[in-house]
Ligand binder design. Sequence first.
Ligand SMILES: [Fe+2]
Ligand SMILES: [Fe+2]
Length: 157
Amino acid sequence: MPVVWREQLAVGDPQIDQDHRYLLCLFNCIELSLSSAETLGHLPLFFGQLLEYTCEHFQREEALQARVGYPALAEHRSAHARIVEMLVELDGGLQREFALLGGVENVAVIDGTRRAALDALRARLGPELLQLAREWVIEHVIRMDKPMEPWLRRAAC
Ligand SMILES: [Fe+2]
Ligand SMILES: [Fe+2]
């Protein structure tokens, strides 16, 4: 089920909030691409984009935290580094799995045998990918980004 942006998720900086909206959108795309063998070919693109944009976003967010003197910056930076490490590892695994299936373009060609292979891949990778994407995009924003709000709002005044 798609996750919808809510105003309660806002941290008070327009660029950071826009990043979080986009990352939520990518999370939904990842979930959708895992929903069937026919859509699975889109997964590497969306997951790769999640990794790339997450890195950009973390740099932006950490620079902002440093600028406003956010006291939990060091802890926050470590949490970001852990997320990136896990995303990189999963992205590598995903690339290898798709290479074994003959590349993304061949995943679109579906017959009985390939459907079984794609469904097996969905079952194998889906839960871990979704759990990490959920932990990062949803739980991190709620538990670790949201507490920045008072510092960001104060700095904006
Ligand atoms: Fe963060
Ligand atoms: Fe964030």
